[in-house]
Design a protein around this ligand. Structure first.
Ligand code: XMP
Ligand code: MG
Length: 185
């Protein structure tokens, strides 16, 4: 995998760019409506959510402040355990704020349920979640998600912020990888 196009590693495009964009338009309108009389603090979860935060907030017409958090979930490989460590905390005080957490993907839900409990303990007025992707078949805990882009099958996906080994985040669509990419051949 030293050179060549990223596209060569893609097995199947699950969500093309125009579908991502169409759904982002819809969700942005919902958020505009729901937060019309509130000041929203968008919390992006690094690194995967950068694309969603950038594309969604640009479609929103209400005033937005942004902050970022990076967490790592202890676990083996692609599975998360729910034991979470904060790698980068927020700069903002959450007291009285309307927090909208933006995620790239919810898999087991363990990372996010920990994160939401952590944020709620900081005295915000409200905490809601928006995620671009969700894998319902992988859910281990129920997380109350206000805005969902797409429910997808329980497969490992890359692109649109999501990585395999830190690559493929810059693909403008969501897809699955060819098996040989994992085996390194
Ligand atoms: P949980 O299981 O706690 O994990 O909901 C969510 C985090 O796991 C990563 N994740 C993925 N990353 N393709 C990826 O590139 C996937 O299909 C995938 N599924 C889960 C991701 O970091 C997410 O925040
Ligand atoms: Mg992530």
């Amino acid at each position: 995998m030293a050179n060549g196009s990223l596209e060569n590693d893609i097995e199947h495009v699950l969500i093309p760019t125009d579908e991502l964009n169409g759904r982002l338009d819809e969700i942005a309108r919902e958020i505009d409506r729901d937060y019309a009389d509130k000041d929203v603090l968008v919390v992006g979860v690094l690194k995967g959510a950068i694309m969603v935060v950038a594309d969604l907030t640009r479609r929103m017409t209400i005033p937005v402040t942004m902050d970022w958090m990076a967490v790592s979930s202890y676990g083996s490989g692609t599975k998360s355990s729910g034991v979470v460590r904060i790698l980068k905390d927020l700069d903002s005080d959450l007291h009285g704020r309307h927090v909208l957490v933006i995620e790239d993907i919810i898999d087991s839900g363990l990372t996010l349920s920990w994160l939401v409990a952590n944020l709620r303990s900081r005295g915000p007025e409200s905490v809601e979640i928006a995620t671009m992707l969700r894998k319902p078949d992988a859910a281990k805990v129920d997380v109350d998600v206000r805005y969902v882009g797409f429910d997808i099958p329980n497969e490992f996906v890359v692109g649109y912020g999501l990585d395999y080994d830190e690559k493929y985040r810059n693909l403008p669509y969501v897809g699955t990888l060819k098996a040989e990419v994992y085996s390194g051949r």
